[in-house]
Design a protein around this ligand. Structure first.
Ligand code: GLN
Length: 289
């Protein structure tokens, strides 16, 4: 329902803006039009579940129009909003970071399942390829005495992760630095996490546009067979894992057997896997034999 505010200018209630945007996105081919419209309207008004009768201001309408056009061009809604929730915590995104995915929460679930008796321990945590820092920050939020280091090849990702630690009140326990995997590390960690790039280089072009064009290639590309990072882990992680420590790695579809065998070659014992929301093995747990 449109109302006339002043001459020539139409104003809309948030509920109408949302409904009209959903119809427009649906027409544009979005399969999640209703959800997208809700999130984008919430994004411009800056609150969840806004009053349906709240009238959008001119600047909110202008921002919503920009958001609508970006969404219609295939940009994912969370990129447009610049923020995505992971483990119930907010994470800012940047061009250098992957969007945190709900399936990645399986890594945090696996950690909690394996270390229930160490919740109050001063664990040291290493997150390789930290991106937004979501894995390290989620784990630190669950282990109040733990401290951690996140490493990423991208300096910009490290800056984003640092900002996310501050956003979640964890700056005093989380550090970030630019680097290549474990290079230059001269200490050991009780818990090592990674959600590395694991897509085969040749498969990237077949991914959905929301991933292919909006997630950074560096965060996706796992080399010819998608397993390049796990080869590095099998070789290097024994040097930086503390006695009794655990490694929890995210994998892509169908990679469980290959990653288990690579890690075994590096001297690791496979302690089991945790499935994701779709029922696929997603987080693999290893310890040194
Ligand atoms: N660790 C980050 C995440 O889980 C980044 C992963 C990546 O860039 N491959 O989202």
């Amino acid at each position: 329902m449109r109302q006339r505010k002043d001459a020539g200018q139409l104003t809309r209630r948030s509920a109408d803006a949302r409904r009209e945007l959903a119809a427009r996105l649906r027409e544009g081919g979005s399969e999640s039009a209703a959800l997208d419209a809700r999130l984008l309207v919430e994004g411009v008004v800056g609150e969840r579940d806004p009053d349906p009768f709240r009238i959008l201001s001119g600047s909110e309408e202008a921002r919503l129009e920009v958001f609508a056009r970006r969404r219609l061009k295939g940009e994912p809604v969370w990129r447009i909003l610049g923020e995505r929730e992971f483990w119930g915590l907010p994470f800012r995104l940047s061009a250098a970071t992957l969007e945190p995915r709900p399936d990645t929460e399986a890594v945090v679930d696996a950690v909690l399942e394996r270390l229930p008796e160490r919740r109050q321990a001063p664990l040291s945590v290493l997150d390789l390829g930290t991106g937004t820092g979501c894995l390290l920050i989620a784990v630190l939020s669950e282990f109040p005495q733990a401290t951690g280091l996140g490493i990423d090849l991208s300096q910009e990702a490290c800056a984003t992760a640092q900002g996310n630690a501050a956003l979640n009140g964890l700056s005093d326990r989380a550090q970030f630095r630019q680097g290549s995997w474990t290079e230059g590390l001269d200490r050991r960690f009780d818990l090592i996490l990674s959600n590395p790039p694991y897509i085969r280089s040749g498969d990237i072009e077949t991914l959905d546009i929301s991933v292919r064009e909006h997630d950074p290639r560096l965060a996706l590309d796992g080399g010819d067979d998608g397993l390049a990072p796990y080869r590095v882990f099998a070789r290097r992680l024994p040097e930086v894992l503390a006695p009794g420590g655990l490694v929890v790695l995210e994998i892509g579809a169908g990679q469980e057997a290959d990653v288990v065998s690579l890690m075994r070659e590096g001297g690791f014992d496979w302690r089991g896997s945790r499935r994701d929301l779709g029922g696929h093995p997603r987080a693999l747990v290893f310890a040194l034999c």
